[in-house]
Design a protein around this ligand. Structure first.
Ligand code: PLP
Length: 388
C-alpha cells in the first residue's frame, strides 16, 4: 500500500479518535434540540454546556458564557469585527497587520469600503510587527480603534507579541481582537494574561471537525449579532446548535490542554530535523522567519529558483502533502501576500513550501520526506534552464 505523509496541519488536522468517540452518541442516540424542554433536550443542552466549559478553560476564560460557538474561524472573525462595529456608536478606526488571514482582511476590507478608515501595520523582513508604525497610528488615531492582530501566522508560523499589542490598544481605549486559529493547540492561550476583548478559534486546526469554531467575548464587551434568529448563544448567534460538533470541539480543547506541552516539544523536534535536513540538502533553501519566535510545528522554506507548485506536485506523487507559499486565484498563481509583505525576493517566494507537522507525525514521516526530496529537486533542476 502506498504511504501518505501528511505535512499540512496548518491547512487542516485529522479528527482525533477521542473526538470522534465523544461525538458519536450525539449523531446516533442523543440527537435532541438543546432548546427543547423535555429530557432529551436537556441532555443535549448539558453536553453543549460541558463543551462550553471546556472551551472556556482552554482559553483561560473566567466564565463559560464568554464563549460563542460559531460555524468556523471565518465566522468568528466576521462576528468579532462587524459585530463590534455594529454594536458601538461613534467614529471607529480599523487597525490590523498586513499579514492577517483573508478571514480578517476581507471583513476589514468590506468595512473600509463602507467608509471606515483602515490602517495595516507593516511587518519587518523577519516577519515581526513594525511596532514603531503601530504605536504611531495608535497615538494619532482620534477615533476609537478596533484592532485585529493574529496570534500566530498561518503561513510562516511567526508569533506576534499579542500581549504588548493588546495592552497598548486597551490603554488607548480601543477594542482588541485576535485571530488565534493557528496558535490554539500549539501555544498556550490565556485571556487572563493577554487582555484581548475577542479571540477566535477553529475546530479543524485542533483535531476537531471542519465547520465548528468559537469566539471568546470578554464579559462587558459590546457585540451585535450577525445571525438574527432564535435566542441561541444568548442571542448573539441565532440557529440551532450543532451539538455533535460542539461536543467535538469541547473534547478537542480538553485533549489540547492535556497534551499541549508534549505535542509542542515533539513537533518542534520533528520540525527542526526537517529544517536541518533540507538546509543541508539544498544550498538555496531559506527558512522564513528562522530567527523569529515561531509556532513549534511550522516551517516555511523557500527553495531558490524552484517552482513551489512543481515541488508540491512531485511530493504529492510520493504521497507527501504540503502547501505552497502561493495561492491560485482565478486561474493564475499569486505570490503569497504574507511573504510579499516581508519583502522576500520573488525568486524565493515562488519556491516557498509550507511544511506543518502535527500530533500524529512520526520521525519516519520526516525521514521519508528527506529521502524523497533530493531526487525531486535534482529532477526539477535538470528541467530548468537556470541550472543548466
Ligand atoms: N484564521 C487563520 C489564521 C487561519 O489559518 C484560518 C484557516 O486557514 C482561518 C482563520 C479560517 O478558519 P476556518 O477555516 O475555520 O474558517
Amino acid at each position: 500500500m502506498s504511504r501518505t505523509v501528511y505535512l499540512d496541519h496548518n491547512a487542516t488536522t485529522p479528527i482525533a479518535p477521542e473526538v470522534i468517540d465523544a461525538m458519536q452518541p450525539f449523531f446516533s442516540d442523543h440527537w435532541g434540540n438543546p432548546s427543547s424542554l423535555y429530557g432529551m433536550g436537556n441532555q443535549a443542552k448539558r453536553a453543549v454546556d460541558q463543551a462550553r466549559r471546556s472551551v472556556a478553560a482552554f482559553v483561560g476564560a473566567s466564565d463559560p458564557s464568554e464563549i460563542i460557538f460559531t460555524s468556523s474561524g471565518t465566522e468568528g472573525n466576521n462576528l468579532a469585527l462587524r459585530g463590534t462595529v455594529k454594536a458601538l456608536p461613534g467614529p471607529m478606526r480599523l487597525l490590523s497587520s498586513s499579514v492577517e488571514h483573508s478571514a480578517v482582511l476581507e471583513p476589514l476590507g468590506a468595512l473600509a469600503e463602507e467608509g471606515l478608515r483602515w490602517d495595516q501595520v507593516p511587518v519587518h523582513p523577519a516577519g515581526t510587527i513594525n511596532s514603531t508604525v503601530f504605536e504611531e497610528i495608535l497615538a494619532e488615531a482620534e477615533e476609537r480603534v478596533l484592532a485585529s492582530f493574529m496570534w500566530a501566522n498561518n503561513e510562516t508560523g511567526i508569533v506576534f507579541p499579542v500581549r504588548m499589542l493588546a495592552e497598548a490598544v486597551k490603554e488607548a481605549g480601543g477594542i482588541f481582537h485576535s485571530d488565534a486559529v493557528q496558535a490554539a493547540g500549539k501555544l498556550q492561550i490565556d485571556v487572563q494574561q493577554v487582555p484581548v476583548d475577542l479571540l477566535t478559534i477553529s475546530g479543524h486546526k485542533l483535531y476537531a471537525p471542519k465547520g465548528i469554531g468559537a469566539l471568546y467575548v470578554r464579559r462587558g464587551t459590546r457585540l451585535d449579532s450577525l445571525m438574527k434568529g432564535g435566542h441561541q448563544e444568548r442571542g448573539r448567534r441565532g440557529g440551532t446548535e450543532n451539538v455533535p460538533f460542539i461536543v467535538g470541539l469541547g473534547k478537542a480543547c480538553e485533549l489540547a490542554m492535556k497534551q499541549l506541552e508534549e505535542d509542542a516539544l515533539r513537533e518542534a523536534r520533528l520540525r527542526d530535523r526537517l529544517e536541518q535536513g533540507i538546509l543541508a540538502m539544498y544550498d538555496g533553501a531559506v527558512v522564513v522567519g528562522e530567527h523569529a519566535e515561531r509556532l513549534p510545528n511550522t516551517s516555511n522554506i523557500c527553495f531558490r529558483h524552484m517552482e513551489g507548485e512543481a515541488v508540491l506536485m512531485m511530493l504529492d506523487d510520493q504521497g507527501i502533502c504540503v502547501s505552497t507559499g502561493a495561492a491560485c486565484e482565478s486561474g493564475s498563481i499569486e505570490p503569497s501576500h504574507v511573504l510579499k509583505a516581508m519583502h522576500i525576493e520573488t525568486a524565493l517566494i515562488n519556491g516557498a513550501i509550507r511544511f506543518s507537522v502535527g500530533r500524529y507525525t512520526t520521525e519516519q514521516d520526516i525521514e521519508f520526506l528527506l529521502e524523497k526530496l533530493p531526487a525531486i529537486l535534482n529532477r526539477l533542476k535538470a528541467l530548468s534552464p537556470r541550472f543548466n
